[in-house]
Design a protein. Structure first.
Length: 120
């Protein structure tokens, strides 16, 4: 954080804050990669020992900003049972044992090609 003081002499100084709270819980972060497709509308469901948590990928939820295609779940002391990603095209991806306390990438499977049944 940059601050400016004007008395007794005009000067600038930088303040650096350091978080010294003890680590009390775990977390999981997932970066979603949909290739050339748009991940907006993706629903990510984490199941842990206390129930479920859900996050959605949105187009933008702030003034002149864009939301990253990533989700973050706080776990506390809960045990993770798995994560299911529901992509906008109807496909699902399961992450049975996500790694705690770090970001990991999840890639959307290739698009399914719908071929009409042959008339032969």
């Amino acid at each position: 954080m940059l601050t400016e003081e004007t008395w007794p002499v005009r000067q600038r100084r930088m303040l650096v804050f350091h978080n010294e709270l003890p680590t009390v819980g775990h977390w999981i972060g997932l970066r979603l990669d949909a290739g050339r497709r748009c991940p907006v509308g993706t629903r990510v469901v984490l199941e842990d020992s206390s129930g479920q948590q859900t996050r959605w990928i949105l187009a933008g939820d702030g003034y002149r900003s864009q939301t990253a295609p990533a989700v973050h779940f706080g776990l506390g002391t809960n045990q993770v049972l798995g994560v299911t990603i529901h992509w906008p095209d109807g496909q699902t991806t399961s992450v049975p044992h996500p790694v705690r306390d770090q970001w990991q990438s999840v890639f959307q499977p290739p698009a399914r090609v719908h071929r009409p049944a042959s008339s032969f």
